[in-house]
Design a protein around this ligand. Structure first.
Ligand code: GLN
Length: 538
């Protein structure tokens, strides 16, 4: 076992949430990080109370998108916010779940690390949490550890995380620790007044846990009125200039700018004795483009987790990033693919008022034929199309069926015994029975064909993108697909795995086995999304 590490110098910022969930704690944490990012090494950490080791086995409709990191870690979607706001590449170890903590503690107990002792929530679970936090701080040589505690204060699930943070606070100096508490400030319509009581009460929960907020972030419809700030100041003891507004906005990218205007930077500097050199000039320019678009387009996204917008959050953000560079507002028309199959929506309805189509990642066979029929329509009608992961696999199935004439072509994910398995399970995946973290995960290199659309968009013949799949294009069909005009424009180094495809002569018909949406940033949009928007504007 490693000795506890010495984290002199490190500043610890902890973000907690109160009143109710869904207030955007991830965005708040990411925005605080963005204010600090220039010149300081910020390490975002998310503590999640659930007992899954990671969210990889959860349904997106239940938990939102599963975000995948370069190192293959499947993590909470808040890591998407952290990476997009901080332009950093996060690590799997930075997502602490109760499942992960208990797993490693139980392993250590079985190994005999605690012989003779009773293993308890305090000090063992809390100790394990602190040990992991300090290890991350030291491994990353962090200047600032930005720790978001999932859930709401008062929940049972995050108690041990809050207790660990309380202990940590007492172990570091006053100018090394800062607690930000995000809460909801409702307005009763008939009265029109911002009400601070829920926030006051959630502060009591926090105090009960021995934590005292240094900064309040008040989520509300509008910016906080002076009166509300004043009230929170004298009821909760937080300095008035440390009560920061977090109003509803059109774009989440406005939040760092609003926090800066609200004086959060100065507050952080004073309490943590930091010298912050944030530069938000380019960010401001792009946010201006988002808020003041000159053009508008609509992209249809056919998926099966469309009931929860967070299921495809990285795709939506990627469209905003690329759109900002073209001063274009991108609207999304969500299509539940089972509705196409059942006949509830027809292709002409889907494509009505739509300039482009995205088929995103997915699993299983529900809604597959609907997606294939939408791809066929886009291919035949010269409508810009981007396929992501399952989107590539289904574009290959569609092409094999309708261009190559293999009527029974399919993926073995849909039909295990199909006669023409143009997409099949990767050989190394066949023996895998355990479901957690066993897909082909994380960043892989692809070699792109010189002169291809994708090589032009990447400005290179090498691309690194993140993956999360078990199936691939069957190598037995590569030649047949190519002979019929499909360009396999990117492959793994050994040439076995198809990573990118495209159709020459089509406005934009591009698909990838990867998830480029996971690496898109406001300042540097994902190339394939950039290409899609460009084609839609033509
Ligand atoms: N279900 C497909 C596979 O496992 C695609 C996965 C995805 O779209 N992420 O290969």
């Amino acid at each position: 076992m490693r000795e506890p590490v010495d984290n002199k110098r490190v500043k610890w910022i902890v973000v907690t949430g109160g009143v109710l969930s869904g207030l955007g704690k991830g965005i708040v944490s990411a925005s605080i990080g963005r204010l600090l990012a220039n010149g300081l090494k910020i390490v975002p950490v998310k503590c999640d109370g659930y007992l899954n080791v990671d969210p990889g086995t959860m349904n997106p409709v239940e938990h939102g998108e599963v975000f995948v990191l370069d190192d293959g870690g499947e993590v909470d979607l808040d890591f998407g916010h952290y990476e997009r706001f901080l332009s950093t590449s996060c690590k799997f170890t930075w997502n602490l779940t109760s499942g992960k903590i208990f797993q490693s503690l139980v392993e250590r107990e079985r190994r005999g690390d605690f012989l003779g002792k009773t293993v308890q929530i305090v000090p063992h679970v809390t100790g394990e949490i602190k040990r992991k936090l300090r290890e991350i701080a030291s491994d990353e040589k962090a200047d600032v550890m930005l720790i978001e505690i999932g859930g709401t204060v008062g929940d049972l699930e995050n108690l041990w995380f809050l207790e660990a943070i309380r202990e940590l606070q007492s172990e570091v100096a006053g100018d090394e620790f800062l607690c930000v508490h995000l809460g909801y400030i409702p307005v009763i319509d008939a009265q029109g007044q911002q009400k601070t009581k829920p926030m006051q009460q959630s502060t009591l929960f926090l105090r009960e846990r021995g934590l005292f907020p240094d900064v309040f972030v008040g989520r509300s419809k509008e910016r906080l009125a002076d009166k509300a700030k004043e009230k929170l100041h004298w009821t909760c003891g937080v300095e008035k200039d440390a009560v920061i507004s977090d109003p509803d906005c059109y774009s989440v990218y406005e939040i760092p700018l609003i926090f800066e205007e609200e004086g959060l930077k100065e507050k952080l500097e004073r309490k943590l004795k930091l010298n912050i050199k944030s530069d938000l000039t380019d960010w401001k320019r792009l946010v201006h483009n988002i808020l003041n678009p000159e053009k508008e387009i609509t992209i249809a996204i056919c998926g099966k987790y469309t009931e929860l917008a967070d299921s495809y959050i990285s795709i939506e953000e990627s469209l905003k990033h690329a759109g900002a560079h073209f001063k274009t507002r991108v609207h999304v028309k969500w299509i539940e693919t089972t509705d196409i199959e059942s006949g509830a929506v027809s292709n002409s309805e889907i494509f009505d008022g739509v300039q482009g189509l995205i088929i995103p990642g997915g699993f299983g066979s529900r809604g597959i034929e609907g997606k294939i029929s939408a791809i066929k329509y886009a291919r035949e009608n010269n409508i810009p199309f981007l396929g992501l992961c399952y989107g590539l696999q289904l574009a290959v199935v569609e092409f094999a069926r309708n261009v190559c004439g293999l009527r029974s072509a399919n993926s073995t994910e849909v039909d295990e015994d199909c006669k023409e398995p143009v997409v099949y399970i990767m050989p190394e995946q066949r023996q895998v029975t355990i479901k957690g973290a066993t897909m082909r995960l994380g960043s892989y290199e692809a070699l792109l064909t010189e002169g291809s659309t994708v090589a032009k968009l990447y400005g290179d013949t090498v691309a690194h993108e993140r993956h999360r799949h078990r199936y691939e294009v069957n190598p037995d069909y590569h030649t047949m697909l190519e002979k019929n005009g499909l360009v396999l424009s990117g492959k793994s180094k050994d040439g076995v795995l198809v990573e990118f495809i495209e159709l020459p002569g089509h406005k934009y018909f591009v698909a990838t086995q990867a998830h480029p949406e996971l690496k898109s940033r406001l300042e540097s949009p994902a190339p394939l999304f950039y290409g899609l928007i460009e084609a839609c504007l033509e």
